[in-house]
Design a protein around this ligand. Sequence first.
Ligand SMILES: [Zn+2]
Length: 416
Amino acid sequence: MRDTELYRHLLGLESPWTVARVELKVAKQHVDVWAEHADGAQWPCPECGRLLAVYDHAEERVWRHLDSCQFMTYLHAAPPRISCPEHGVRQVRLPWAEPRSRFTALFERLAIDVLSETSVLGATRILRISWDEAWLLMERAVKRGRAAKRQRAVPHLGVDEKAIAKGHRYMTLVCNLDAGTVEYVTDDRKTSSLDTYFVTLSPEQLKGIEAIAVDMWEPYLNSIRAHVPEADDKVVFDRFHIMQHMTKAVDTVRKREHRNLRAEGDERLTGSKYLWLYSHENLPERHEDRFEELRCAHLKTGRAWAIKESLRDLWSYCHRGWAERHWRRWYFWATHSRLEPVVKVAKMVHRHLDNVLTYFKHRVTNAASEGLNSKIQTVKQMACGFRNADHFKIAIYFHCGGLDLYPAQATHVIPG
Ligand SMILES: [Zn+2]
């Protein structure tokens, strides 16, 4: 088989395209391949599909293709242009690449696979592309995936904020709780941040939202109320966030108590911070003895912890009525505990109780997206070189968006 024929097969080129010539540059470790088309071929207008003869050719362009063994392989061609009576002079679609891409569709596909498995920096080394090229590939993949996404209602949404980098910069994340994917990411955590998501939805999509799990955060609530019909029946202040507030309260109690004990030379709470943060059943075995001892020591922290653990039971009831009964008992206990941080959280939850108990209708919680959260955490860690928030957003969509990222052409060429 001649090398031109070999490359025609490797590139998956079909009539009227053929390979005219192949050049091997051993010193540079390059293979250059020139594609040509037969004379007299007719080309569809990219806008209307009308078949037309070649008008002229654009300047020769180069696309990076999959390596031939270790040789970086470049495809060269002069794209034909047609002159459509309706759409004017246009470049025709090329079967091997998307418009404006500097890579063939098959290379993009490989790059997407590599970028899905490793950090951007790692991918640049494996693929021998630049940092900017890697981001461009990711950005294109995300754009393509988001454009191809079918606009349908997401019945169960989770809205969450995410701190980015150090300092107090936040992002708002909207998740599809059933699919475990990120629907939308935007800057900040204001009412207007979440507004930018809702305005992209059609009235049907807004109506199709059945429940939204969210933290007790006024700006988000305002946005939900402004856009989602019957919002008050759909908002669920979720378990995950409420327990986060409660766990923080236990930690505040511990800090204060530890300071006071220490002043009297009592070091019992030294190094105990993380013991109190575990749920009871998640406490590692090696800490059990020490924890039991502390728990039985009549400390304020122990009481706060017990109150926290009891609050968790609220969500284990099958019926709202039983949960309400549990709540009344718990609320009495918490508000009479004389533990100021605990009382504060209890009162905050009480003020929002109606939308805590909507849980028993919808049974949604952001904890369901905990897997997603840890994935985002990984994305963040790989973000050591993100340089800007836009890159972080692209990476979240890329890794957590559940999008079809591949260029369409790449699926045509690969059998199966
Ligand atoms: Zn046309």
